[in-house]
Design a protein around this ligand. Structure first.
Ligand code: FAD
Ligand code: NAD
Length: 406
């Protein structure tokens, strides 16, 4: 019998966990498993805000795929996915085509820009290693340039973060630690630098526990972060933005806008013709794309509904990993000729968000965590992933162990 071709697109949380689980579960002769990714490395998206602020080097965040995946068992293809043709069961890559019997799509997220004028051209996003590295270098360049110009340009020292969801808050938390270091390094008085976090909702972290939100705001304001709540970013220009609050508009000079105001699924899934909402595929209870029995979607490209509140589950690494475990199990069933697929059930363990070095907030089970305890919990979560992915070896190589610093 022909060995089925399983093709996994994207080596993020969803793609990597699917791959390493299949590597363990399937015998060498049961299926050909191919993993496709743009780069030869995997990175933890959940650490990118630290790379972008410059508080953690990006090499700590990425790892060679061949160091984690056994390339004798898994065929790794470094290439960029251009499109998916589910009628012909083919994936078009920049450098060729791949045919599949089963496809797993884990191509992650893109920034949702909501058609805001000038945003795509002039704002940065924290999306991958390259974009994070660019933010870090852009901020440093502005600091370096500031004292080398005749005219004082405040736009170089005004950093605007759009959106105070978890990404925005985690990023300003890192910036609040990094900016004093940069000021020292580039001879700039700290009071000249503004870190502004602009949020459309009346509160930061909308919907999150109020006591924890207050803790986060007090801590970050104490470190000089300015929150502009109830304020919409309307336009982004090269050296300024336009914001609106209560129908009053204001211009803020800045050439650093980091857009962290929402995500959507990778546009490849929409272009492939799968039924989507905000670029995410509303998958079946076994994570299949509607109308397909051979295309599984994991991670931020998948939309699953929470029946309890009739709202989609937020796209998180936590859910991406659980989905990947489920898909790997169901692929094993299919490869072995079975048809009894296990439905996916998310198990939400909680949320912990960092607020810079040694500080975090979170809810785990029914417990609220603050400060140092929450920060240690965040490291435990990060380390657990490394252990799940590559065992003790990877954990020792890449883990976060110093509970007092990074
Ligand atoms: P990703 O992990 O984003 O991986 C997608 C992969 O696909 C990447 O390797 C990419 O290179 C590859 N790829 C993309 N396009 C192509 C292409 N065309 N061709 C080939 N390869 C391609 N969630 C949590 O649960 N906890 C957190 O603490 C947390 N913190 C976060 C912090 C930040 C700064 C951000 C931005 C997000 C955070 N999230 C967190 C959300 C979480 O990171 C995502 O939900 C998760 O990464 C989704 O996993 P994924 O496998 O779908 O995609
Ligand atoms: P989000 O959608 O959760 O938050 C975006 C925020 O931007 C919202 O508060 C929204 O009101 C605001 N916004 C939208 N348009 C705006 C505008 N024009 N002007 C100003 N503000 C605007 O997005 P996110 O924070 O990037 O998070 C994406 C996903 O990643 C979520 O599922 C989140 O839970 C997850 N995440 C989790 C963690 C963690 O668990 N520690 C960290 C980061 C991200």
């Amino acid at each position: 019998m022909k060995r089925p071709n399983i093709v996994i697109l994207g080596a993020g949380y969803g793609g990597m966990i699917t791959t390493v689980r299949l590597q363990k579960m399937l015998g060498a002769n049961e299926a050909n498993v191919t993993l496709v990714n743009k780069h030869n490395y995997h990175y933890q998206t959940t650490w990118l805000h630290e790379n972008a602020a410059g508080t953690l080097h990006h090499d700590k965040t990425r790892m060679k795929i061949s160091d984690v995946v056994d390339t004798n068992k898994i065929n790794f293809v470094q290439d960029t996915v251009l499109s998916i043709n589910s009628d012909e069961k083919k994936v078009k890559l920049e450098n060729g085509d791949l045919e599949y019997d089963y496809l797993v799509v884990g191509l992650g997220f893109e920034a949702a820009t909501f058609g805001i004028s000038g945003l795509k051209e002039n704002a940065f996003t924290i999306s991958n290693i390259n974009s994070a590295r660019m933010i870090r270098e852009h901020i440093e360049y502005n600091f370096a340039k500031y004292n080398n110009e005749k005219e004082e340009r405040q736009d170089r020292l005004n950093i605007v973060v759009g959106g105070a969801g978890f990404t925005g808050i985690e990023f300003v938390g890192e910036l609040a630690n990094r900016v004093p270091e940069l000021c020292e390094e580039y001879d700039i008085p700290r009071e000249k630098v503004r870190i502004m976090n602009v949020e459309a909702s009346p509160s930061v972290l909308p919907g999150f526990d109020e006591e924890l939100v207050e803790y986060a705001m007090n801590l970050l304001e104490g470190k000089g972060v300015e929150f502009k709540t109830g304020t919409m970013i309307k336009e982004v220009h090269e050296d300024k933005i336009l914001v609106e609050k209560d129908e009053q508009q204001e211009e803020i000079p800045t050439n650093t806008v980091v857009w962290a105001a929402g995500v959507r699924g990778n546009s490849i899934v929409e272009e492939a013709g799968f039924e989507t909402a905000r670029g995410r595929v509303k998958v079946s209870d076994t994570l299949l794309a509607p109308g397909h029995d051979d295309v599984f979607i994991v991670g931020d490209c998948a939309l699953i509904m929470n029946e309890e509140n009739d709202r989609p589950y937020p796209p998180t690494a936590q859910i991406a990993m659980q989905e990947a475990e489920n898909v790997a199990h169901n692929l094993k069933v299919l490869v072995r000729g079975g048809s009894d697929l296990e439905p996916f059930e998310p198990h939400l363990k909680g949320t912990v968000a960092s607020l810079g070095e040694g500080q975090a907030i979170g809810v785990v089970g029914d417990k609220k965590l603050f400060g140092w305890t929450a920060s240690v919990m965040k490291k435990v979560i990060d380390n657990r992933y490394l252990f799940m992915l590559g065992g003790v070896g990877l954990l020792l190589k890449k883990g976060k162990f110093n509970i007092f610093t990074k």
